[in-house]
Write a protein that binds this ligand. Structure first.
Ligand SMILES: Cc1cc2nc3c(=O)[nH]c(=O)nc-3n(C[C@H](O)[C@H](O)[C@H](O)COP(=O)(O)OP(=O)(O)OC[C@H]3O[C@@H](n4cnc5c(N)ncnc54)[C@H](O)[C@@H]3O)c2cc1C
Length: 268
């Protein structure tokens, strides 16, 4: 079945409503802050699902021509944390509504080790969509990855860097430099390998909670840069630049920021 949601709907309310109705397809994307209209922009993803797995069409306003169009998923140019809207023609399109293809009474996606382990710890052998949503929310809360006004790590934009995708040869080179065969990695369908940006940052010498003045790493998640009360955008950029430079120096891997920079130069 297809479900169309207006761009201004709260994303997690939509996820909750689909889970309650037994419609599978976006349950692993529980707890991601923001609105429906932003989900195709960076092809929002987490815990083994991306919206590109389910998006069939995106209704858009073309600010160039003033026309309203319906783009199919192929035309959206989805990739890992990327789309035509984000990197090819930024600013051209306003997303008005998104249509997702969901599976009524479908099985949940359990593809991610953290989720598997959490379900096991809860003694859930054959999880429902609601079980997976509950586990994802609990895992995210433990990493300060849901918006919680009482959480000292709350002032972050989520993951600051994307997980780098490298060739198999590059992966072997990084592993040799790290001298650790347990280096986390995920094989991509095209044969390349996705590395963990958080792991690279830790192995480059940073630890959770470490920071520079008002900006630092989250105490619960190495990939989140926290801007404490009073921090300025330039402080965040300066700290992120330092993280990136250290990873480049140690492993020769250039991390790409996930957030879009506004009014500030992108990281060099
Ligand atoms: C704690 C935390 C955890 C997060 N976890 C995840 C995660 O697990 N996975 C993930 O992918 N992201 C994650 N994010 C990032 C963020 O939640 C997503 O990028 C989300 O889609 C942002 O939604 P928003 O409505 O706040 O968009 P904004 O941040 O306001 O906008 C994001 C971008 O999309 C554009 N945009 C927004 N709406 C539209 C529209 N209707 N039409 C055209 N362009 C538009 C904006 O111009 C901007 O470039 C996390 C963020 C935080 C703070």
């Amino acid at each position: 079945m297809e479900l169309t949601a207006a761009a201004g709907e709260v994303w997690d309310d939509l996820v909750r409503a689909t889970v309650e109705r037994g419609w599978a397809g976006i349950e692993c994307l529980s707890g991601i802050p923001g609105l429906v209209g932003a989900t195709p922009i960076q092809n929002v993803g987490a815990y083994g699902q991306e919206v590109s797995d389910t998006v069939t069409t995106v209704r858009v306003l073309d600010t160039g021509s003033g026309r309203i169009l319906t783009l199919d998923a192929r035309e959206c140019g989805f990739a890992y944390r990327d789309s035509r809207f984000r990197s090819v023609e930024p600013g051209r399109w306003v997303v008005l509504a998104v249509t997702y293809r969901l599976r009524p009474a479908g099985a949940p996606t359990v593809r991610y080790a953290d989720v598997e382990r959490h379900l096991e710890a809860r003694n859930v052998a054959s999880p429902s969509l609601a079980d997976v949503r509950a586990s994802v929310l609990a895992i995210r809360r433990g990493k300060s990855m849901v918006l919680d006004p009482h959480d000292p790590n709350r002032r972050s934009c989520g993951s600051f860097f994307m997980n780098p995708i490298v060739s198999a040869a590059e992966c072997a080179r990084v592993e040799a430099l790290a001298r650790d065969s347990g280096m986390p990695r995920w094989r991509e369908p095209d044969g390349r390998v996705k590395l963990s940006a958080a792991w690279l940052i830790e192995r480059a010498g940073f630890s959770r909670g470490e920071g520079d003045g008002l900006v630092g790493l989250s105490t619960r998640h190495t990939l989140a840069v926290v801007a404490h009360e009073g921090a300025r955008a330039r402080d965040v950029v300066a700290f992120a630049t330092k993280l990136r430079a250290r990873v480049l120096e140690r492993f020769g891997v250039r991390l790409t920021p996930e957030p879009v920079f506004w009014g500030l130069p992108a990281l060099e």
